[in-house]
Write a protein that binds this ligand. Structure first.
Ligand SMILES: [Zn+2]
Length: 134
């Protein structure tokens, strides 16, 4: 899949020149490019990879060497591969699942699962509903 999305907010809207995100102006990347999320989020996703595979998501790990001011920093980068085409209901369940794992909103966006508006709607909708139920 050669879908281009913003590395930060996950939007597929590009600026008129097609070099960056039309929504937030950040860099764009291919779906197989690694996700820019925290170590904590990576660990959560890796620990729940079997549940994620039920949503049609496959986690790919990439050993990476990142240059930093203090020298080389070894780290594992992850990329999410959407194996099966997702239906709207599946995406909603997936976003709810990630929220239950306490993955922050902006990290869910960085996973580039779908348009940010869609992700945020699901992420917030359910929270509100839970609030009303309590
Ligand atoms: Zn963006």
């Amino acid at each position: 899949m050669s879908e281009l999305r913003c590395l930060v907010c996950g939007s597929s809207q590009l600026d008129p020149l097609g070099y960056k995100c039309g929504r937030c102006g950040m860099a764009i990347g291919l779906r197989n490019e690694k996700c820019y999320v925290t170590e904590e989020t990576k660990e959560k996703l890796l620990a729940h990879s079997s549940e994620l595979s039920k949503f049609g998501i496959e986690i790919q790990q990439h050993e990476s060497l990142q240059k930093s001011a203090g020298g080389d920093l070894a780290g594992v980068g992850i990329a999410l591969q959407i194996v099966e085409a997702m239906r709207p209901g599946t995406l909603r369940d997936l976003v709810c699942f990630l929220r239950k794992l306490a993955v922050p909103e902006e990290e869910v966006l960085s996973l580039r699962l779908d348009e940010p508006e869609q992700i945020l709607t699901y992420y917030r909708m359910d929270k509100k509903r839970n609030g009303e139920d309590l």
